[in-house]
Write a new protein. Sequence first.
Length: 231
Amino acid sequence: MLSIQGINQFYNQSHILWDLDLELKEGSCSCLLGRNGVGKTTLLKCITGLLPVKSGQISLMGRDITKLSTENRARSGIGYVPQGREIFPLLTVEENLKISLGARPDRARQIPAHIYELFPVLKEMKHRRGGDLSGGQQQQLAIGRALVLDPKLLILDEPTEGIQPNIVRDISDVIRKLNTELGLTVLLVEQKLPFARRAAESFFIMERGRMVANGPMDELNDDLIQRYLTV
Ligand SMILES: Nc1ncnc2c1ncn2[C@@H]1O[C@H](COP(=O)(O)OP(=O)(O)OP(=O)(O)O)[C@@H](O)[C@H]1O
C-alpha cells in the first residue's frame, strides 16, 4: 500500500537518505529501527511530505504522492503522530481533536465517536487543556488527532518517548488494536526493542541513511541487533 522507490534526501549539502526503498503491505504493522541519527525521522517526514525528496518516488495505494503537499497526503490517507507529540498545550483536548476536522474530505463537524471509544480518557478530559494531560494521555491525544482524518496508513515516531513504563504497554495494545481491529496499516519508529516486538509484526533497519535489513519480527536476531542497533 506504501511503496517507496529509490528516494534521496539532503539537508543542504548533507546527503541523508540514500537510494532508499521501502514496501509496506496493506494491513501490516512494521517497526523502523536504527541507531540515533541514521535518518528514521527524516524518512517519516519524507513520507508525510514535511520534507521534499530530491529524487525517487513515493506511492500510496498505487497513486504517486511524491509531489503532493502534506495536507493532501493527509487527505489521501496518511496519519502522522510526530515525535514529541506536538499537541497544543493551551487548547482543550476537544479543540486539539477538532483542529484536524477541517481537513476531512466530508467536512464533518463532530469528532468521530470511535475515537472517544478507543480513548475514553479523552472523552473524560475533553474540556481540559492539552498541557494538563500526562505524557501517556497526550500520546493518546496525538494518536486520536491523527485518527480524526480517518487514515489508512498511520505513522508514529517514537510513541513511547517520555512515557511512564506502566503506560507503555497500553500504547502497544492500542497500536495492535488499530492494526488488527480497524485494519490500519502501521509504521512506527521505536528505540525500545521489547515495545517494538510487542507492537509490530515486521521490522526494517536503517543504517546511515540506507535500508539494510527487513523481515518478520521473529527474524530480528542477536546478530542484527549487535550489528545495527547496539550502541
Ligand atoms: N533540520 C536538519 N538540518 C540538518 N540536519 C539534520 C536536520 N534534522 C536532522 N538532521 C541530521 O540528519 C541525520 C538524520 O536525522 P534523523 O533525525 O532523521 O535521524 P533518526 O534516525 O530519526 O535519529 P533519532 O533516533 O535521534 O531521532 C542526522 O545526522 C541529523 O543530525
